[in-house]
Structures are given as structure tokens and as C-alpha cells.
Design a protein around this ligand. Structure first.
Ligand code: ZN
Length: 303
């Protein structure tokens, strides 16, 4: 009996250690994808990060999910560019794009929209108490902001509502590249944060506004590096969802009927985003549920 119990305890310990090691390695692993000579996309557990070399220092867009990742990204960025990170830009408030911030040096310029800072302090306030508060955005804007730094031009825009109502996109003018944040999920089902002003109905117009900017390469918030074709494909998907919402509202469909009857085809080949190998619920049913909720007013807006 005791022998059996010992075996179980040992087995559980081995599994726990294995899972722990796996999670630790997964958190620390970063993959670099060169975009131009001075711009690199970094993939890891959380949203895609961008690293830009300028003569005055390095600019990083988004910081993934854990402080440890922020530390790793900061070190990797300096390794890639030979310059310390002087500016961090947060595309929006979600934790998989901001919770790495405290891994960067205090005193770093942290730029975001006013709405992003507001949601970080309200919806996500508990995560930013104590030392973490030093890495909250310390420079904010409403609609647009131009940055000239070390021979590079960076333009930040809030092109409209979509994923939330405070997302920004980053135009790296000299690199012919845009970082879309979560206004673009490439070949993945998106989160639609209705509570923080997100909207399927207006998202397509926001993509139209973004497409007016001059760029060739597109870094999505999640998914592989893409181009204008990637935005166009996603836009068809979003427009189909908006149409599902209008049809559901016009016919008085329930949520279940909406999920069952939805005419949604542009998600062919879309994958669910996974954390530690486990899908986190961003699937077809989720986006159709959010579509129905927005179309019928079944959600509560955060302050
Ligand atoms: Zn997000």
C-alpha cells in the first residue's frame, strides 16, 4: 500500500516538475523574425513584439505576458540592436501585450493612447500596484503622435474602434512596415473586447482607415508576419461577422440560433490561440457569441 502511494507521489511530482519546466521554457522562449535591417519581429507567449534600432536607442512595441518576458525582450532587443531600450509602446491594455512592461528599466518612455492608460488603471488596476506602476504608460495621446528618433520616423495612430476603443497602430516609416497590434489577428480568431469599447460593427472602417497609410509589411498582434493581403482577408472575415450580427438582430435569433445559422466562411484555416498548448477560448463560437451580444446589446460597457 505504502509502495503504491510512494509511486503515485513520485509520479505526481514528476508530472508537476515536467509541467513547470515546460511552462518556464515556454515563457522564456522568444523567436526572432527579421523584417528589415533595423526592424525585427519577436514571437513568444503573448502578442507579437517589434524591435526597432535607432541611433538614439531601441524602440520596442508591446511586452508580452510576464515580467520575465519583458526582461528577456529588453535584453534581446539590446543584443539585436547594440543599443539599450529607450522607448516602449503599448498597442492596447490587454495583459498579453503589457504585463511584460515591469521587466523594462524604470525611466523608460512608455507610450500609449489615453484610453489604454485609463483601462490599465481601471479594468487591470490590481496588476499595476507597487513597483509595476513605474512602467505604466507615461506619455499618452488621443488620435495621433509623431516620433522622430535617431534618424527614424515613427507615427502612432488610433485609427478607430475594433479590438477595443483605444488601440494604436505603429507605422515604421523608414521600414515600410506597420505593427497593427490586435486590430489584426492573422489567421486566428480575435478577442473582441466589447466591455472596453471593442466593436465588430466598426472594425472594418478602422481597417480601411489603417490601409490608407503607406506600408508593405504587416506585423499582426497575433499570427505570422503578413502584408496588405493579410489585412484584406481579415477584413472579409470581420465584415461577414458584422453581417451575421445584422441578420441575427433583424430575425430575433437567440445566441444559440446565431451560432448554428451563421453564414461565416472566411475563417477557413483559422486557428485558436493557445497558451502552454491549451486553447484559451478564442474560437468560432466565441466570436459568434460576441457578434450576437453586440448586435443585441447583451453586454455591459466598462467605465
Ligand atoms: Zn488584445
Amino acid at each position: 500500500m505504502l509502495k503504491w502511494l510512494v509511486r503515485v507521489v513520485v509520479l505526481v511530482a514528476v508530472i508537476a516538475a515536467g509541467v513547470g519546466t515546460y511552462a518556464y521554457l515556454e515563457i522564456r522562449s522568444l523567436e526572432t523574425v527579421p523584417v528589415t535591417e533595423d526592424l525585427t519581429m519577436v514571437k513568444g507567449l503573448g502578442g507579437n513584439v517589434a524591435v526597432l534600432r535607432t541611433d538614439e536607442g531601441t524602440v520596442v512595441v508591446d511586452s508580452m505576458t510576464f515580467q520575465m518576458q519583458g526582461e528577456r525582450i529588453s535584453a534581446l532587443a539590446e543584443e539585436l540592436t547594440g543599443k539599450p531600450v529607450v522607448m516602449l509602446i503599448n498597442t492596447h491594455y490587454h495583459l498579453d501585450h503589457t504585463h511584460g512592461n515591469p521587466g523594462f528599466a524604470a525611466g523608460t518612455r512608455v507610450v500609449a493612447t489615453e484610453k489604454t492608460l485609463h483601462y490599465l488603471k481601471t479594468i487591470d488596476g490590481a496588476a499595476w500596484e507597487g513597483d509595476a506602476a513605474a512602467l505604466l504608460p507615461n506619455e499618452t495621446f488621443a488620435d495621433a503622435m509623431d516620433i522622430e528618433m535617431g534618424g527614424k520616423t515613427i507615427r502612432l495612430y488610433h485609427p478607430g474602434r475594433g479590438h477595443t476603443d483605444g488601440d494604436l497602430v505603429v507605422l515604421f516609416v523608414d521600414e515600410d512596415t506597420i505593427h497593427m497590434g490586435d486590430l489584426l489577428f492573422h489567421k486566428h480568431y480575435p478577442n473582441i473586447d466589447l466591455e472596453a469599447g471593442g466593436t465588430i460593427v466598426e472594425w472594418s472602417a478602422t481597417l480601411d482607415e489603417t490601409k490608407k497609410l503607406p506600408f508593405t509589411n504587416v506585423i499582426p498582434g497575433h499570427g505570422e508576419l503578413t502584408d496588405r493581403g493579410g489585412i484584406d482577408q481579415y477584413q472579409v472575415f470581420i465584415e461577414q461577422l458584422a453581417e451575421v450580427g445584422r441578420t441575427a438582430a433583424a430575425n430575433g435569433w437567440t445566441k444559440e440560433e446565431t451560432i448554428e445559422k451563421a453564414d461565416l466562411t472566411a475563417d477557413a484555416g483559422y486557428e485558436e490561440i493557445a497558451f502552454f498548448g491549451l486553447p484559451i477560448g478564442l474560437d468560432r463560437e466565441f466570436v459568434l457569441t460576441r457578434t450576437w451580444e453586440e448586435a443585441t446589446g447583451n453586454f455591459e460597457r466598462a467605465d
